[in-house]
Design a binder for this molecule. Structure first.
Ligand code: SF4
Length: 370
């Protein structure tokens, strides 16, 4: 039985773990009972009422053995005591940028549109910046979405890119995904269909589904994946197998990950994450400053210290692995990469600090244009 959970994504989704009894059952059948002493059962009971616990059997077997991952999937009492007095539970003001009746189409940037297909995830990450959606029960009415998007894209023909997100967009059955991805693929104005998914690491078995792979193959020339891998402990042989399958289709996988206190905010941890991503041909694209919302403040890191951390990591890492360090500004003011090196300027002379802490003069000889 245990082996089924490592082969088949549907068996995992049918057996989601959402309560204490089921959790104990799976710890037992996976021979993982020794790890149950890590769980704060009081927090599990109290916090799950506000922010539900959910995980698949496969991912439980990965998360429970990793001290770092454990912290971001098991409830902590801190979650119910933390209030973000500045931005509440929607720091990026996504609710303000919704343009449809159902509330899943968010248009913030001129050339791209975000489509939240579902608020449902097969695993609930405690640091999620869309925790407000965990209780919203957004329904997927595919014909309605297509009709609204049809009209919206026609009116806004500068939109060239669509971002399918959630929740977890790949939790839907193949026929639904075929329908929705095909809809965008067949729109001449859309150049890029970007799919943000946690499943590459949390349920890699999704990519062992041959029918789904045929769908990806059909649409591959417009498809890009964003994986959300936060720690190298997630990159199991199953994840390596899934990334090989995606890579063989010629679809790029880019990774984005928040920097999370006591989870991945250490030099050796980030170096190992970058190394394993590159080994699996996943491009480390963005590290994020965690968005502050109610209940996730204990995961946040200090910006200055994070700049220093990432600079230290890059000093010892190939340039292939240099992801941007991004902050998504509150109230929908947009994403910006934060500078990792300091720059001073005096006419055409720039003074730039490198990752070794040396200040180097760089003269661009502007006078030759005068
Ligand atoms: S997978 Fe993404 S959307 Fe789902 S709970 Fe985790 S962070 Fe939130």
């Amino acid at each position: 039985m245990e082996r089924e959970f490592f082969k088949d994504w549907r068996v995992n989704v049918k057996n989601l773990i959402e309560d204490k009894k089921t959790l104990k059952y799976f710890l037992k059948i996976f021979n993982l009972e020794e790890y149950s002493k890590k769980i704060n059962w009081e927090a599990f009971d109290k916090v799950s009422r506000f922010y539900p616990f959910r995980i698949t059997p496969y991912y439980l077997s990965v998360v429970i053995k990793s001290d770092s991952l454990f912290k971001v999937f098991f409830p902590s009492l801190k979650e119910i005591s933390e209030k973000n007095k500045y931005y509440g539970d929607d720091p990026l003001s996504e609710e303000v940028f919704k343009v449809d009746k159902r509330g899943g189409i968010i248009h913030k940037y001129r050339d791209r549109v975000l489509v939240i297909l579902t608020d449902f995830c097969s695993n609930n990450c405690r640091y999620c910046n869309r925790k407000r959606l965990w209780r919203s029960h957004l329904e997927l009415r595919i014909d309605e979405i297509k009709k609204e998007l049809n009209e919206y894209l026609t009116k806004n023909n500068e939109i060239k890119e669509v971002i399918l997100s959630g929740g977890e967009p790949l939790i839907y059955e193949n026929s639904i995904l075929d329908d929705i991805i095909g809809f965008f693929y067949n729109k001449f104005q859309i150049d890029v269909i970007r799919i943000h998914t946690k499943l590459i690491s949390s349920l890699p078995q999704r990519f062992f589904d041959e029918e789904f792979i045929k769908i990806l193959e059909k649409y591959r020339d417009k498809l890009w994946f964003y994986s959300h891998i936060i720690h190298s402990d997630e990159i199991t042989p199953y994840v390596e197998q899934a990334t090989k399958i995606i890579n063989s289709l010629g679809i790029y996988i880019l990774n984005q990950a928040p920097i999370i206190r006591e989870v991945n905010d250490k030099k050796e941890v980030l170096k190992e994450l970058i190394r394993k991503l590159l080994k699996n041909k996943i491009i480390p694209k963005n590290f994020y400053q965690l968005d502050p919302i109610d209940s996730t403040l204990h995961f946040m890191t200090d910006i200055d210290k994070t700049v220093e951390l990432i600079s230290n990591v890059y000093r010892e890492t190939t340039g292939l692995g240099w992801a941007n360090y991004i902050i998504d500004l509150p109230k929908g003011k947009g994403k910006v990469p934060l500078p990792l090196s300091q720059i001073e300027k005096n006419k055409s002379l720039y003074r730039i600090k490198n990752f070794y802490g040396e200040v180097v003069d760089y003269n661009i000889f502007l006078d030759i244009y005068e």
